[in-house]
Design a protein around this ligand. Structure first.
Ligand SMILES: *Cc1c(COP(=O)(O)O)cnc(C)c1O
Length: 231
């Protein structure tokens, strides 16, 4: 079995290749290591290999790990799972960014709960890019009021859009969803207003980079497959 450091190297090489094939600067793509269900030791191993951005899906797990690893001050936590308003106060204590904002009310609550001593919270809006009834995120038509709510809050920094496309039957249809997220960004102020596109996971981050992803969220390819707990 290869180590987390070796797998990280492999993922970084894939990111570099995908960026170069797309005529993009590899430095324009940031890797978020998705550490949900992984123990703090695995995160430490990735940290020792230079990884600084980590993604978590569940509030309790996020706060527990952030506490356990609080001695690593340059570690950045990204909340990438659905966030309920009543848990916002826990997340703002530790997260640098939230990728899953989906209501104006959540923007207000995050801003209200954010300690003024902390840096501004980076916020991305989750788009339900294929209008799947069982998925979180908003439909494209509902985007503008959510963006406006974020921009009203000086403690929040609007950064971009995020999506998790359906498990697709072909690379072409996956690519279509990534292109749709980028088009939506272009229709709402482009990269001046929304510099980040958070899209692409283990199975499809190469395609996402070709479509313009600036943040890729990769778990399995770095840490190995997860226990049955999360999918
Ligand atoms: C789990 C998860 C990932 C990582 O998925 P892998 O297939 O393990 O790379 C990325 N984004 C979100 C929102 C996730 O829940």
């Amino acid at each position: 079995m290869s180590s987390i450091a070796e797998e990280l190297d492999r993922v970084r090489a894939r990111i570099r290749d995908a960026a170069e094939r797309a005529g993009r600067e590899p430095a324009g793509v940031r890797l978020i290591a998705v550490s949900k269900t992984q123990p703090a030791e695995a995160i430490l191993e990735a940290y020792a290999a230079g990884q600084r951005d980590f993604g978590e899906n569940y509030v309790q797990e996020l706060t527990a790990k952030a506490e356990a690893l609080a001695h690593l001050p340059d570690l950045c936590w990204h909340m990438i799972g659905h966030l309920q308003r009543n848990k916002a106060r826990h997340v703002v204590k530790v997260a640098s960014a939230i990728h899953t904002l989906d209501t104006p009310e959540l923007a207000t609550e995050l801003a209200r709960r954010l300690d003024p001593a902390r840096p501004r919270l980076h916020v991305l809006v989750e788009i339900n890019i294929a209008n799947e009834p069982q998925k979180h995120g908003i439909v494209a038509e509902a985007l503008e009021p959510v963006l406006a709510a974020i921009e009203r809050e000086p403690r929040l920094e609007l950064r971009g859009l995020m999506c998790v496309p359906p498990a697709a039957d072909s690379p072409e249809s996956t690519r279509g969803y990534f292109d749709a997220l980028r088009s939506l960004r272009d229709a709402h102020g482009g990269s001046a207003r929304l510099p980040e596109l958070s899209m692409g996971m283990t199975s499809d981050f190469d395609l996402a980079i070709a479509a313009g992803a600036t943040l890729v969220r990769v778990g399995t390819a770095i840490f190995g497959s997860r226990a049955a707990k999360a999918g």
